[in-house]
Design a protein around this ligand. Structure first.
Ligand code: PGA
Length: 267
């Protein structure tokens, strides 16, 4: 049997930070400081800066991602931005981030439709899942993530085993986001494997190749604990992704894992 080949991916989520005046410059500085060809790099600026960031990154191999899209392709939804509108500006899109589940009360069913819009528009979605602190403390972390995956992916994979091809999942325990408190590498690693098992159980084609990232207070100092785990394929980085030095350290560490996997024939 051929070894499983999974890329190492670092996604920067700028959230509601930067302005048009500084987004392009920050993106170019990050691109210059992180030029490791074996690491897949993606920057997700606010929607209004997508064009500037995409222009700034032209000629680099850093991809541009959106932070969200609407669940419909077009329609009377004032102020919203849909997946077909993002195509051309971005090639990736975050879906179901916990801040949107919390602030926009996004449900798994809505998230599922957003994923579908991404696939239809040719955007590569990063589906974010993760439990609340009470759920972890009650021993319900894995069940929560399973429910989120089933709700978001069940209907898509039901259309065909390759209907979710290109998907990336980010496991982000909600209690670790923006708090400075990270999960333990071993806990995140077993959740990453559980995520692939759920995808496999849903009938996803080649679920063993599904990239699973860790997210939640990742910095250049903490990334190593996660990338030391063979089941974790990178990180979704929030606060630290606004700092060039931090991104340089994170991607440099990711390139070590990418190289090690390549020479071991597992990536
Ligand atoms: P953080 O955010 O790195 O600031 O915790 C991660 C995320 O929300 O994607």
């Amino acid at each position: 049997m051929m070894p499983v080949v999974r890329p190492v991916v670092i996604v920067a989520n700028w959230k509601m930070h930067t302005t048009l005046a500084d987004a392009g410059e920050l993106a170019s500085s990050i691109a210059r400081a992180t030029a490791h060809p074996r690491v897949t790099r993606v920057i997700c600026p606010p929607h209004v800066s997508l064009a500037a960031v995409s222009a700034a990154l032209r000629g680099t191999d850093v991809a541009v991602g959106a932070q969200d899209c609407h669940s419909e392709a077009f329609g009377p939804y004032t102020g919203s931005v849909s997946a077909p509108m993002l195509a051309g500006l971005a090639t990736w899109c975050l879906v179901g981030h916990s801040e949107r589940r919390r602030d926009q009360t996004e449900t798994d069913e809505l998230i599922s439709r957003k994923l579908l819009r991404c696939f239809e528009a040719g955007l590569r979605p990063v589906l974010c899942v993760g439990e609340q602190l009470e759920e972890r403390d009650d021993g319900r972390a894995a069940a929560t993530v399973r429910t989120q995956l089933e709700g978001a992916l069940g209907a898509i994979i039901g259309r065909g085993p390759d209907a979710a091809a290109g998907l990336v999942v980010a496991y982000e325990p909600v209690w670790a986001i923006g708090t400075g408190r990270t999960a333990r590498g071993a806990d995140a690693a077993s959740m990453a494997q559980a995520i692939r098992d759920v995808a496999d159980g849903l009938g996803m084609d080649d679920a063993a190749s599904l990239p699973v990232l860790y997210g939640g207070s990742v910095t250049s100092a903490t990334i190593g604990e996660f990338l030391a785990e063979p089941t974790i394929d990178g990180a979704l980085v929030g606060g630290a992704s606004l700092k060039v030095e931090e991104m340089a350290g994170i991607v440099a560490r990711a390139s070590v894992t990418a190289e090690a996997r390549q020479s071991a024939g597992v990536a």
